[in-house]
Design a protein around this ligand. Structure first.
Ligand code: ATP
Ligand code: MG
Length: 430
């Protein structure tokens, strides 16, 4: 979805990572490379991660998704050197983590990569503020400075007024925010989050997801987020890696994974995804066929409505959306002898942006009888979303219609008014 902007600088790279736990890790890797399966090498060890490669760009949220036991935590622990890969390499901002000495590793963790755990790991005898400032304390930052920075971050995560509280006085969601604040205060470019929201109840979890995206946009950090919840993955991820049995089976944007799953396994996963939180207007919009230039006047609008058998048409001027014109308004205008289309355009038409999520659009769509107009920042009409298209997208039925659906009962223009209309278009409107 490109929320991370158009940065393409590389923050982190995993190159052919393997991690085998057990008696004979190296032998297991050799056999895996020679083509043996995970279960075939089981006598040599548990292959937790098998040949995982991916690149995370600066400023993006990269999600690693998979069922329990698929290897997610093992991967993320290799990213900051908590675990040493059996084979392969991790490169953070140009430096190999695998080749780093213990001292260099500490430096990487302090300066480049911080981690947020599922179970907060807050220090119980310290205030929220001191917890949030903890990473800076370890970095040796002066007290006044670190407290000021921590206060600012607490403000951002909505805990400004709880700075003096102790962790056990907070709700789970608040504690997790402190954990997030602590990781953010550390100032590292890369944030590793392992099931950071999984312990939260659904509503708070959603709030945290939204807040994380906001924070990420404001602060431009790189986030590697682990979850076993595909909805969460789809909502947060600029890109997602789907894991199964130690292997990455697909990588792509949420839309790519949703619309083009690499195999049955992924397809089955995405079946239950809440599409409204993934798909954007631009992903489902159709070309705006039903338009009429304002300069074509009432008569031009009438012709378009009749030819297309539609009940409304979008009036445009230099490709910019002026508004919507309904068949009723056109008929009234024809009867009244009005020729200027602008005078009957309803400019209050609902518009959406190309990056708006369907979840935000659905509500508006039920309020409007005409398709939603998708406009860019210059109000140019770049697409339309008929309600049938929206419904089809939500139900994952391939939308084939290009018609404007008749949602209002069409007035009996054709049957009853045809003679009148014809007379009018041949006469006063000529
Ligand atoms: N220290 C270890 N020793 C032995 N086996 C391990 C170790 N850590 C993980 N494993 C095994 O490696 C596999 C992957 O575990 P991992 O914790 O990476 O999975 P996960 O995807 O994070 O799962 P979850 O969603 O349950 O956290 C599992 O089979 C697990 O039992
Ligand atoms: Mg895990």
């Amino acid at each position: 979805m490109g929320r991370g902007g158009n940065v393409s600088e590389i923050a982190l790279q995993a190159r052919h990572l393997y991690k085998v736990f057990g008696k004979n890790p190296n032998q297991a890797v050799r056999r895996l490379k020679a083509g043996q399966s995970r279960s075939e090498v089981a006598d040599a060890g548990t292959a937790a991660v098998i040949d995982a490669s991916f690149t995370v760009n600066r400023g993006e949220i990269f999600v690693i998704m998979g069922l329990s036991g698929s290897g997610k935590s093992t991967i993320i622990r290799m990213l900051n050197g908590l675990l040493t890969p059996t084979d392969g390499d991790v490169v953070v901002q140009g430096h190999s983590v695998t080749a780093a000495s213990a001292g260099e590793l500490r430096g990487i963790r302090r300066q480049s990569v911080s981690m947020v755990f599922q179970h907060f790991a807050l220090l119980p005898h310290r205030t929220v503020l001191d917890n949030a400032a903890y990473a800076l304390e370890i970095q040796g930052v002066a007290k006044a400075t670190r407290l000021a920075q921590a206060r600012e971050i607490l403000e951002r995560v909505g805990l400004g007024d709880r700075a003096d509280a102790y962790p056990d006085e907070l709700s789970g969601g608040m504690r997790q925010r402190v954990g997030l604040a602590r990781a953010l205060t550390a100032g590292t470019d890369i944030l590793l989050m392992d099931e950071a929201f999984s312990a939260l109840d659904p509503l708070i979890r959603r709030e945290m997801q939204e807040q994380l995206i906001e924070l990420q946009q404001e602060l431009g950090r790189t986030i590697i987020f682990i979850t076993h919840d595909l909805n969460e993955a789809m909502f947060l991820g600029d890109r997602i890696a789907v894991m199964r049995d130690g292997r990455i089976v697909q990588q792509g944007t949420p839309e790519e994974i949703l619309t083009d799953p690499a195999n049955d396994y992924v397809a089955q996963f995405v079946q239950d995804v809440d599409r409204t939180r993934v798909l954007t207007a631009s992903a489902v919009m159709e070309p705006p066929h039903l338009t009429t230039p304002v300069s074509a006047g009432v008569r031009g609008a009438l012709r378009t409505l009749r030819e297309q058998q539609a009940s409304a048409v979008f009036a445009v001027e230099n490709r910019r959306l002026v508004g919507v014109v309904t068949d009723r308004a056109v008929i009234r205008a024809v009867k009244a002898g009005t020729t200027d289309l602008r005078s009957i355009v309803d400019a209050s038409v609902l518009t959406v942006g190309p990056d708006d999520l369907l979840t935000d659009i659905v509500e508006r769509a039920v309020e409007t009888p005409v398709p939603l107009a998708v406009v860019d920042e210059n109000r140019r009409l770049i697409g339309v979303i008929p309600r049938v298209t929206l419904l089809a997208a939500l139900g994952n039925v391939s939308p084939t219609t290009r018609e404007m659906p008749i949602i209002q009962t069409p007035i009996e223009m054709v049957a009853q008014f045809t003679p009148l209309v014809d007379a009018a278009s041949e006469g006063s409107l000529a």
